[in-house]
Design a binder for this molecule. Sequence first.
Ligand code: SF4
Length: 373
Amino acid sequence: EIDIRSEFKDSERVRAFELRIKRDVERLGSEVHIMEFCGGHTHSIMKYGIDELLKGYVRFVHGPGCPVCVMPMQRVDLAIELAKLPNTILCTYGDLLRVPGSGRKNLLNLRSEGYDIRMVYSCLDTLNIAQENPKKEVIFFAIGFETTTPQTAVLIQKAKMMGLKNLSVVSNHVITPAAIQHILNSPEMREIGKVRIDAFIGPGHVSVIIGTKPYHYFAEEFQRPVVISGFEPVDIMQSVYMIIRQIMEKRAVVENQYTRFVSYEGNLKAQKLVSEVFELRKEFEWRGLGLVPYSALKINKRYEDFDAEKRFSVDLPKPKEHPSCICGKVIRGVALPTECKLFGTVCTPSNPIGSCMVSSEGACAAYFKYKKL
Ligand code: SF4
């Protein structure tokens, strides 16, 4: 039996791709700028030192692919205000608990003040919580890219089947291709010299669900190669090599390096499930990117009884970012975490000031862990 992880961690294969990449970039005559959209790839690139290995040949521009990082302040404030409603249990995934809201407080601070805020590993855990607490309102604050949306859809369908009246969901599920298209359309991309992205490493886990199909439009429209990649060092090196080959051959298409998990169509069953419960929002605000059209999902009419945004109304404070936090720029790929004056001193993973330092997929957290500055 082959150990798939060691096969994709093999240092000789990494070295072979390194030599080929460097040879071809020398022939191209200039450094290639590649945005890895997904925070999981940022983490792997830092962990295995791939950025250092290819320094001067490939520049990795870190993208917005970390669901906690892209939550705008207003959505964090929404979670905080919902948690303060009387007789309420607010449930969410662990990372969100540590993202500061406008008043610099996070959900963990609120919990220490006595509010009932619970971390869940699976959103389906909220079904039990709702059943065990029939006199309380249980709100699940759902975040995530296309990878976690099907599970939230299952939760909502099950809650309906079980006739649960005290469980509702805030949907913050966001959509990857819309964000990539928005980045390619941004003024910073058009302004020569400000930021340059020659190609994309496409997200692996997201593409297991949505397939490679949705990326074809902007590979062609914006003439940028896209290679869907796995997360091991050999995966990333091979994906970079596939991109360099496309650039050399003056092609801009979608290629799939992660064929062991990703197909052209994706997981059709999961896609159907999502379309039964959700519909597109006209626009949604992303931290760093602003309002992005058709980039997130809301609960559709058939399941609106489970939509916490329709069931509860709260007053939100005016969003107030820390004046020195440059998360927005980091997310857009126009600044490195180390350019932030709070990095590693005032802002650390144990005391995050901005969202990019919270999750292990955030660029600031990855730099803090692996750059050892
Ligand atoms: Fe924001 Fe902290 Fe990153 Fe600076 S280091 S950009 S404060 S998250």
